[in-house]
Design a binder for this molecule. Structure first.
Ligand SMILES: NC(=O)C1=CN([C@@H]2O[C@H](COP(=O)(O)OP(=O)(O)OC[C@H]3O[C@@H](n4cnc5c(N)ncnc54)[C@H](OP(=O)(O)O)[C@@H]3O)[C@@H](O)[C@H]2O)C=CC1
Ligand SMILES: O=C1OC[C@@H](O)[C@H](O)[C@H]1O
Length: 378
C-alpha cells in the first residue's frame, strides 16, 4: 500500500529535473484543464523540455494560469493564440483546445513552422485529419495525436500476451468506458457542444477503439451503432458493434453520464473502465485501460481455469520509471522523434486517420451527423 501511494504521489507530482543547455521549448494553446497532466508535469521531469508560454483567450486567465504553473510567459486576448504561434523561441505547440478547433490551430501552428502535439481526438473527422498530416509532411514537421495509453507499457504487455500465441486467436472483444459526467463536467462543457466537436464517442471513443485496433492489428467495419443523445447530434452514450478481420465481433460502449441504479436510480454505478479480449483458449482483461499509469490490472484467464494477474508500470526493455505517467512516456517518445532517435512507441499518421475513419463511420451508422469540418481553409 505504501509503495502504491508513493508511486502515485510521484506520478501525479513528478520531480523537477535540471534542463539541457538547449531544451525544446513548448507553448500551450489554451489554459486547458488537461495540460497540467498531459504536458506541464511531464515536461518538469524531462531534461530536454521546457514549457515556456501559455496563451488563453482572456489575458488575466492566461496570467493566472502561467503563475499557477510557473510558466514564464503568457499571451492573451483576441490575438493571444496567434501571438504564441508567432513566438520565434518556440519549437513545439501543445493543443488542448475543444476538438473542433484542433484542425484550425494545428494547421496554423504547422504553417508557423512548429511541431505539434494535439490532444485526442486529433480532429473532428477523417478529412480534417488527412489534411493535417499532409501539411505536416509537406513542412517536414512532427505532428502527434496525443493519445497517451499507446505509450504506456501496460498496452504493450497486453499485446505481447496476445501475440505470444498460447491463448490462440482473438475471438471477441468488449470495452466499456463510462463516467459520472454529471459531477465531472459543467452543463456547458465542451463535450456537450456539437459545434465544438462534442459527443461521448468523440471524447471517450478513442480509448476502446484504439486499444482494439492496436491489439488486433486490424481495422473494423461498423455493424450497428445506437446513440442516446443529450441534445441534437450530441451523443451522451454510444453503443456500437464492430467487426474486426471480418470475423471478430467487438462491443464498444461509451457513456459520459452513467445511469444510477437502485431506488429512484439514486445510487451511482461504479465507473466502467474495463476492456476484455477473448481468445480461443482464454482471455485477457485490463481494468483501467484509459489511465493505466494510475493503477491497472491485467488478468489472464486460461481454459483450464488458471488466472494470473499482471501490472506493468515500467518496461523490461526501453526507457521508463515505475512512476512515469502515460503522458510522460508519450513525451519521451515525442522528444526522441524530434531529436532523431527511435522512439519506443509511436502513433503514426495512418493510425490517427484510421481512428477518425471509424469514429465517422460509427456516427453515420447511428444516424447522427459527422462532427463538422472546420470552415478554416489550409
Ligand atoms: N488525453 C487525455 O487524457 C485527455 C484529453 N483531453 C482532450 O483535451 C482537449 C481539451 O479538453 P479539456 O482540457 O477538458 O478542455 P477545457 O474545458 O479545459 O477547454 C480547453 C480550452 O479550450 C479553450 N477554448 C477555446 N475556444 C473555446 C470555446 N469556444 N469554448 C470553450 N473553450 C474554448 C479554452 O481556452 P482558453 O484558456 O483560451 O479560454 C480552454 O482552456 C479535448 O480535445 C479533449 O478531448 C481531455 C481530457 C483528457
Ligand atoms: O480523454 C479523456 O479521458 C478522461 C475523461 O475523463 C475525459 O472526459 C476525456 O476527455
Amino acid at each position: 500500500m505504501l509503495s502504491f501511494i508513493s508511486r502515485i504521489r510521484k506520478t501525479t507530482n513528478p520531480p523537477t529535473v535540471k534542463k539541457t543547455e538547449n531544451p525544446l521549448r513548448v507553448g500551450l494553446l489554451g489554459a486547458s484543464r488537461i495540460a497540467p497532466d498531459a504536458i506541464i508535469k511531464p515536461a518538469r521531469c524531462h531534461e530536454d523540455v521546457l514549457v515556456t508560454v501559455v496563451a488563453a483567450r482572456n489575458k488575466s486567465r492566461a496570467e493566472e494560469y502561467a503563475h499557477k504553473w510557473s510558466i514564464p510567459k503568457f499571451y492573451g486576448g483576441e490575438s493571444g493564440y496567434q501571438d504564441l504561434l508567432d513566438d520565434a523561441e518556440l519549437d513545439v505547440v501543445y493543443i488542448g483546445l475543444p476538438n473542433a478547433l484542433h484542425y484550425e490551430w494545428t494547421m496554423k501552428a504547422l504553417n508557423a513552422g512548429k511541431h505539434v502535439m494535439c490532444d485526442k481526438p486529433i480532429a473532428d473527422n477523417e478529412e480534417e485529419t488527412r489534411r493535417m498530416f499532409s501539411l505536416a509532411e509537406e513542412k517536414g514537421l512532427v505532428l502527434l495525436e496525443t493519445w497517451q495509453p499507446q505509450f504506456h507499457p501496460a498496452i504493450k504487455k497486453m499485446k505481447d500476451i496476445i501475440d505470444e500465441g498460447s491463448l490462440g486467436e482473438i475471438t471477441k472483444m468488449y470495452a466499456h468506458f463510462g463516467l459520472w459526467g454529471n459531477v465531472m463536467f459543467k452543463k456547458d462543457d465542451i463535450r456537450y457542444d456539437y459545434k465544438l466537436g462534442g459527443g461521448a464517442l468523440m471524447d471517450l471513443g478513442p480509448y476502446p477503439i484504439n486499444y482494439m485496433r492496436f491489439l488486433s492489428a486490424s481495422e473494423p467495419t461498423v455493424q450497428s451503432a445506437e446513440a442516446i443523445c443529450r441534445s441534437e447530434n450530441v451523443d451522451r452514450r454510444m453503443e456500437t458493434e464492430l467487426l474486426f478481420r471480418d470475423s471478430i465481433p467487438a462491443t464498444v460502449i461509451v457513456d459520459l453520464s452513467l445511469d444510477g441504479w437502485g431506488p429512484f436510480k439514486l445510487l451511482p454505478q461504479w465507473v466502467k473502465i474495463a476492456l476484455r479480449v477473448e481468445c480461443e483458449k482464454g482471455s485477457v482483461e485490463i481494468w483501467n485501460y484509459p489511465l493505466p499509469s494510475l493503477w491497472h490490472l491485467i488478468t489472464v484467464r486460461t481454459q483450464d481455469g488458471r488466472r494470473c494477474v499482471e501490472k506493468v508500470y515500467k518496461p523490461t526493455q526501453g526507457k521508463g520509471e515505475e512512476w512515469w505517467s502515460a503522458y510522460r512516456y508519450q513525451l519521451e517518445s515525442f522528444v526522441d522523434k524530434l531529436r532523431g532517435r527511435s522512439p519506443d512507441a509511436w502513433r503514426t499518421a495512418e493510425d490517427s486517420i484510421n481512428e477518425m475513419r471509424v469514429i465517422d463511420a460509427v456516427y453515420s451508422k447511428s444516424g447522427l451527423a459527422l462532427r463538422p469540418t472546420s470552415s478554416f481553409g489550409a
